[in-house]
Ligand binder design. Structure first.
Ligand SMILES: Cc1cc2nc3c(=O)[nH]c(=O)nc-3n(C[C@H](O)[C@H](O)[C@H](O)COP(=O)(O)OP(=O)(O)OC[C@H]3O[C@@H](n4cnc5c(N)ncnc54)[C@H](O)[C@@H]3O)c2cc1C
Length: 593
């Protein structure tokens, strides 16, 4: 028998020697490696990856007609679990979910002990010292899952009532199952180590290895019957759905930009049951994926101290979770143009001193000194938006946020459930208080600059000027231009644009775009920089920037959130670095409510 193992972390390493005893392990890979080209002639794939990755992997393997053994929990909800069984049936494949406790010798003892018993306890103690949100979710998906399929086999499947006892320090609840009252406690802080059902211990007793082997021997045998396993897998999935809804506060977060994503995983970390809705097929596809990638510290905002201060303060929160997205080795320069600048050299220096923003006056051989009154090397950073997206997916997965992609959340979906509207340029669709905003359809050209510009970021201040910034680890730069970046602008409730531009918006890099101001970008760069006569235009990205109207005088970019009603919070974001502070403030307000 040929076996493929997907997932080679802690548990995959434990499974491998056992699988090697039962068949030929033809490939081993991690959840992020490609496995689709390895599935030919494989009889069983064993999936031992993080829970949130199961759905995609199992679906792909079953669709290719391969039998799958998957670690529990199969998926994060009943609907997707059911879908996988339907795919298995269609492709005539076996799908079996880890039920190792079924193969423990204590199961028949537990069954007998429950005869005539009306109430009993299920106890897990010292289940881990992970943080609160992780503990709650892993208690449900990794620990309670075992108890649920055992109880299905020992008691039945009719759940009539769920009673919440504690979800703060322990996960503690009772439920009525076929008229028996079962009291569950999952206690991460207990000093003792325990797992029992009706006082019969299910702790490892040296026979565990045999249980895993017995399970695999049965799964890989001719006589395997997946039907009972399917029934109690779906029972566990449905019960967890119900528990998530009934034990925890539910929140809908609308918008998979950096603000929605950050609110979603942080709320989940704090014990909320979060559904995140994103109308496109991925997170961070709109303004959060197409911008100038600057983690502002304030240098950009000499005319709005409020924006400068919130940027400076916000970046610490951002770095706490997203620091791995920061580009290393980039030199950052801010220059003041000689003509038409709204801020002069002395005022700018005073502003930096007042805000304690570090700087060093420099001469670079890249800039045209005739066009500048000041050039400073400063301490600011840029982030790699692809890396940021990876971190966001990891955090959404770690805290088991239910992410609904390709799902537009409409006004008709607003109900009693708390909803966070983080839709930025489309904010007014869900807002009860529709405000005028200034919408700017922007172009961000991606270019190849001469090598001497590698890892160098320049901003020309302060007015109708430009900037160039390294674009992730691509070796390219992304260009900004206060005037020429904007193709279309309107101030009203909703963004407007020529319909012919629609297919370019939020589509990543568009090669040879039919509309582009690249020639004007190139003209401006030549005013301030040397050796930039032949710049290669790789393509351009297009998205909407949304700012407060009539604020050209100070260019302020505050992040504002409001409780519009008891159950609707709307975020209007200014600078990306403030996303963590904003999520923390919202959670603080909700807790203090
Ligand atoms: C050209 C440009 C350059 C910028 N440069 C910088 C910079 O260098 N540094 C900085 O800090 N900031 C910058 N900004 C600002 C920053 O990009 C935004 O403030 C921030 O990314 C907005 O994040 P968000 O999560 O609020 O919105 P978005 O990232 O726009 O996400 C909102 C999401 O909501 C989704 N959505 C909308 N309606 C619905 C619905 N009804 N149902 C489901 N989903 C929905 C959208 O598809 C979208 O994915 C720039 C912005 C632009 C446009």
């Amino acid at each position: 028998m040929n076996i493929g193992l997907i997932g080679y972390g802690y548990w995959g390493k434990i499974l491998l020697p056992k699988l090697e005893k039962l068949g030929k392990v033809k490939f081993i890979c991690r959840s992020t490696d490609s496995y689709l080209d390895k599935l030919d002639n494989i009889d069983w794939v064993v999936v031992a990856t993080p829970n949130q990755t199961h759905y995609e992997i199992v679906k792909n393997c079953l669709s290719k007609g391969v039998n799958v053994f998957c670690e529990k929990s199969l998926t994060l909800d009943y609907d997707t679990s059911l879908e996988l069984y339907q795919i298995a049936e269609k492709n005539k494949c076996n799908l079996y979910v880890d039920d190792v406790f079924t193969f423990r010798k204590q199961v028949s003892e537990i069954k007998q002990s429950l005869d005539g018993v009306e109430e009993f306890d299920v106890v897990w103690e010292k289940v881990g010292r992970s943080d609160y949100g992780e503990f709650i979710m892993s208690s449900l998906y990794s620990l309670a899952w075992h108890d649920f399929y055992l109880l299905y086999q020992c008691v039945g499947n009719k759940v009539s009532d769920i009673i919440k006892i504690d979800t703060k320090n322990k996960l503690q609840f009772s439920l009525m199952l076929n008229d028996k009252k079962i009291n569950f406690v999952y206690d991460r802080l207990s000093k003792t180590n325990k797992h029992s059902i009706n006082n019969i211990s299910l702790m490892h007793d040296g026979n565990d290895e045999d249980a895993i082997m017995s399970m695999f021997k049965y799964v890989f045998s001719e006589s395997v019957d997946c039907e009972p396993n399917k029934n109690y897998t779906l029972f566990a999935a449905k019960l967890i759905d119900r528990l998530r809804k009934e034990l925890f506060k539910n929140v809908n977060v609308v918008g998979g930009g950096i603000f929605g994503v950050t609110c979603a995983w942080m709320l989940s970390k704090n014990g909320y049951f979060v559904n995140l809705y994103e109308r496109t097929g991925d997170i961070l596809k709109s303004a959060s994926g197409i911008n100038q990638y600057r983690l502002h510290r304030g240098y950009h905002y000499p005319r709005s101290h409020e924006t400068a201060i919130s940027s400076k303060e916000g970046q610490d929160g951002f770095l706490k979770y997203y620091s791995e997205s920061i580009l290393k080795e980039v030199e950052n320069y801010y220059c003041i143009a000689k003509d038409k600048s709204l801020v002069d050299k002395d005022t700018y220096i005073k502003f930096l001193d007042d805000l304690q923003l570090e700087y060093k006056e420099v001469d670079t051989d890249l800039t045209n000194d005739d066009a500048l009154q000041l050039c400073l090397e400063v301490k600011e950073s840029l982030f790699d938006s692809n890396k940021l997206k990876e971190i966001c997916w990891d955090l959404l997965g770690k805290y088991l946020v239910k992410v609904n992609l390709n799902t537009e959340f409409g006004v008709e979906d607003l109900n009693d459930t708390l909803t966070i509207n983080a839709t930025y340029s489309l904010k007014n669709h869900l807002s009860t208080e529709k405000e005028d905003l200034q919408f700017e359809l922007c172009e961000k050209p991606v270019v190849k600059l001469p090598d001497k510009y590698k890892n160098k970021s320049f901003v020309i201040m302060d007015g109708p000027f430009m900037c160039i910034d390294p674009y992730g680890d691509t070796g390219y730069h992304v260009m900004g231009n206060v005037v020429h970046a904007i193709h279309y602008s309107n101030t009203s409730k909703f963004p407007m644009m020529p319909s012919s531009m629609k297919k370019m918006i939020n589509k990543g890099i568009v090669k040879n775009p039919i509309y582009t101001n690249i020639d004007k970008f190139k003209e401006t760069i030549k005013l301030f920089f040397k050796g930039v006569d032949s710049i290669e235009h790789i393509g351009s990205m297009f998205t909407f920037r949304t700012v407060l109207p009539n604020r050209d005088y100070d260019d302020a970019r505050p992040t504002i959130y409001k409780f519009e009603k008891d159950n609707l919070i709307t975020i209007f974001s200014g600078k990306i670095g403030t996303c963590v502070d904003t999520a923390e403030n919202i959670i603080g307000d909700l807790i203090n409510e």
